[in-house]
Design a protein around this ligand. Structure first.
Ligand SMILES: Nc1ncnc2c1ncn2[C@@H]1O[C@H](COP(=O)(O)OP(=O)(O)OP(=O)(O)O)[C@@H](O)[C@H]1O
Ligand SMILES: [Mg+2]
Length: 307
């Protein structure tokens, strides 16, 4: 199976996962590659169909949430390529949680009860349904760090960083609605979105959702049918997330420092299956991947950048 490691057309700027090109008329042409990052480093192997899975999930999410908030999506001229309006990013990532899982559970377990603007009650358990407990999802926004790890914010910090309380509230409310919509979409397909991250920027229509939405990189999904039973018996959920790759890396002692280890083929394969399953969770259909052909990608990038 061919994978897309990188593109090298003139003017490329590289994120961890995407190659970015300045498009015509204030647009960004994003090539979503098959690169995978963990612990903030890009790994040596590429995951088949990851770029296309991410793009399919994002495009579907953008197209199915226009009634909630404007987004930057313009076109997907190739399954690896998305064209977006260029936005001026707010430096805050809107992290939203529907279950007490991952880092929020670890923090809770250590005794912390205050999460951003919410104090959680005692007695909650791992993977507890927070929407049931609070009547709404939990927000734990972070600063969008250019380098290093994202940092949790206090309400005052979040408001200051985006330029005022009203802006933060608009972002928080849009994020909440997007997350509830994502959970409605996934529920219809037998999944739930446990947590996610949305990014907003200032665009022509005001506050605009950009980057990606409800993808395998930004969100974690689990199978809904086994949730109740697994939660009640204290067994971990049937996750569809990147923890699979992280667990492997931790099992060989890698946590982001030192030489980057290779991923064995079965881990790459497992990661690819999870990307496809995540896309299914949100879209409700198996998307049909295409071979990432460099010539075709070059053509659409040139077409949309005007090169
Ligand atoms: N419509 C847009 N307007 C402006 N910037 C955008 C837009 N869409 C995506 N971006 C930016 O492009 C980059 C996408 O690249 P990628 O996903 O590889 O980055 P990353 O590794 O997640 O983050 P970073 O680039 O910060 O390391 C992100 O920095 C994202 O904020
Ligand atoms: Mg990104």
């Amino acid at each position: 199976m061919k994978t897309l490691r990188e593109t090298n057309f003139p003017g490329v700027e590289r994120g961890k996962v995407r190659d970015l090109y300045a498009g015509r008329d204030n647009t960004i042409v994003m090539v979503t590659t098959d690169r995978i990052s963990a612990f903030d480093v890009v790994l040596n192997q590429q995951v088949p169909y990851k770029g296309q899975g991410l793009n399919a999930s994002s495009a579907y999410s953008f197209q199915n949430t226009i009634d909630i908030v404007p987004n930057a999506f313009i076109a997907m001229p190739h399954q690896n390529v998305i064209v977006m309006e260029r936005c001026e990013p707010y430096p805050v990532e809107v992290v939203i949680r529907g279950t007490l899982s991952g880092s929020s559970w670890r923090t809770y377990q250590k005794g912390q009860r205050e999460f951003f603007d919410t104090v959680l009650p005692d007695g909650l358990r791992q993977n507890q349904d927070l929407i049931e407990v609070l009547g709404k999802p939990l927000h734990t926004p972070t600063s969008k760090a250019k380098t290093g790890h994202d940092v949790n914010l206090s309400p005052g910090e979040a408001e200051d960083m985006v330029g005022g309380r009203d802006v933060w509230y608009a972002m928080r409310d849009a994020g909440t609605k997007l997350f509830l919509r994502a959970n409605k979409l996934t529920a219809a397909n037998g999944y739930r979105e446990a947590d996610t991250k949305y990014e907003f920027g200032l665009g022509q229509k005001g506050m605009t959702l950009f980057d990606e939405a409800n993808t395998h990189d930004s969100s974690r999904f689990f199978r809904a049918d086994t949730y109740r039973e697994k939660f009640e018996s204290g067994v971990d959920l049937d996750w569809v997330d990147k923890e699979f790759v992280r667990k492997y890396l931790m099992s060989i002692g890698f946590k982001g420092d030192g030489p980057i280890p290779d991923l064995p083929p079965e881990i790459v394969q497992g990661a690819s299956e999870r990307v496809l399953e995540s896309a299914y969770a949100i879209i409700g259909k198996n998307f049909v991947p295409v071979e990432p052909d460099m010539e075709q990608i070059r053509e659409v990038v040139y077409e949309w950048t005007g090169a």
